[in-house]
Design a protein around this ligand. Structure first.
Ligand code: SF4
Ligand code: SF4
Length: 341
């Protein structure tokens, strides 16, 4: 393992952007550090080039690419942000890498074969994401998936030189620390196949559910539900929240140190999951069958949920019931002299 500060970086990183909004880069700038470049440097990470963060551009980038493809510059991690645009007719000409006369998909294919690791930054690069929604006129796809189907640009059998498939740091945008923690783990040679879940997302965040740590958990327990935007109650029953099914640690690894979608009053719309962009219903509404939400919590049989929900609703304390449909606390918890027994 190469050590930080030994002269040779532990991990050289090239970051390319294709069919996306750049939001994952914006998110990256909110990484939980006062010195972004210092954090990377301390971890032995050398960011060779990033389209927004690097001063180099034009011929300096083409010179770097030539160094990499000729083998004179080592490439450890290729990070791709945004989906890969295969159109029109498989030519990739919807996105040419400026100054090279060559389609971005061709650059990505070549560089993915050189890099020790390939990282999909965000749900567009992982699954196709928003860019692949609707009629998908640009024929956008992910690096190794199209929604939940293995394949994508590089094909299901692709393995980077380090032996791993594309590491899908999915999210829309992705949490900045999911990216920095992944890169730091790669720099420390601490990332193995077993550290990825069944969709090749890093398990350090994908083994959690958004529901874990949500401040609305008490409302969920009693099925005291929000009925309109800004209500304090649980948003699963009516407002489209999928936090009980979605793999991410958004409510325990907060965003910008203090927030999350559900803490901000927005349902979790499953942005780390393949195909989230087209749920088949409005994002802010819960689809139901006979009054029961179709998307039940992960690991919970339907009969259990129905039984638990009716029991919980019959036992909902007045405080929880009233607060659930208010935009501020209207009934505070009673102070009891119980010695907290
Ligand atoms: S709002 Fe969503 S994440 Fe929060 S408790 Fe309800 S179901 Fe869980
Ligand atoms: S709470 Fe859900 S929608 Fe929001 S960032 Fe996390 S996974 Fe994405």
């Amino acid at each position: 393992m190469r050590q930080a500060g030994s002269g040779s970086p532990a991990l050289t990183v090239l970051w390319l952007q294709s069919g996306g909004c750049g939001g994952c880069s914006m998110s990256l700038l909110c990484a939980d550090t006062t010195d972004f470049h210092g954090q990377l440097r301390d971890a032995g990470i050398d960011l060779l080039w990033h389209p927004s963060l690097s001063l180099a551009s034009g011929h300096e980038l083409t010179a770097l690419l030539a160094e990499i493809t000729s083998g004179r510059q080592r490439l450890d991690a290729l990070c791709v942000e945004g989906s890969l645009l295969r159109g029109p007719n498989g030519s990739g000409r919807f996105h040419m890498l400026a100054g090279t006369g060559r389609a971005m998909i061709d650059w990505v294919r070549e560089l993915a074969g050189i890099a020790r690791h390939v990282v999909a930054v965000g749900s567009c690069a992982a699954w196709g994401g928003i860019t692949a929604g609707g009629s998908n006129p640009t024929d956008a796809c992910g690096l190794q998936y199209e929604d939940e189907h293995p394949g994508g640009l590089l094909g299901a059998a692709f393995r980077a030189r380090g032996g791993l498939p594309v590491i899908n740091v999915a999210g829309c945008p992705t949490h900045p620390n999911w990216v920095t923690d992944t890169l730091m783990a790669l720099a420390a040679d601490g990332f193995q196949a077993g550290d990825l879940d069944s969709l090749n997302r890093p398990r350090f965040y994908a083994d959690q559910l958004v529901h874990h740590g949500c401040t609305r958990n008490e409302y969920y327990e009693f099925k005291a539900s929000a009925e309109k935007p800004s209500d304090l109650g649980c948003m699963m029953e009516h407002m489209g929240c999928k936090g009980t099914q979605v793999h991410a640690d958004c409510n325990t690894r907060l965003w910008n140190g203090e927030g999350s979608c559900t803490r901000g009053g927005y349902a979790c719309i499953a942005c780390t999951e393949p195909g989230f962009q087209e749920p088949g219903h409005p994002f802010h509404q819960t689809p139901k069958l006979a009054g029961i939400p179709i998307g039940l919590p992960t690991d919970m049989p339907k009969a259990w949920f129905v039984a638990l929900a009716s029991l919980s609703k019959s036992a909902t304390p007045r405080r929880v019931r009233l607060n659930a449909v208010a935009d501020h606390l209207v009934v505070p918890p009673v102070a009891k002299k119980t010695r907290l027994k």
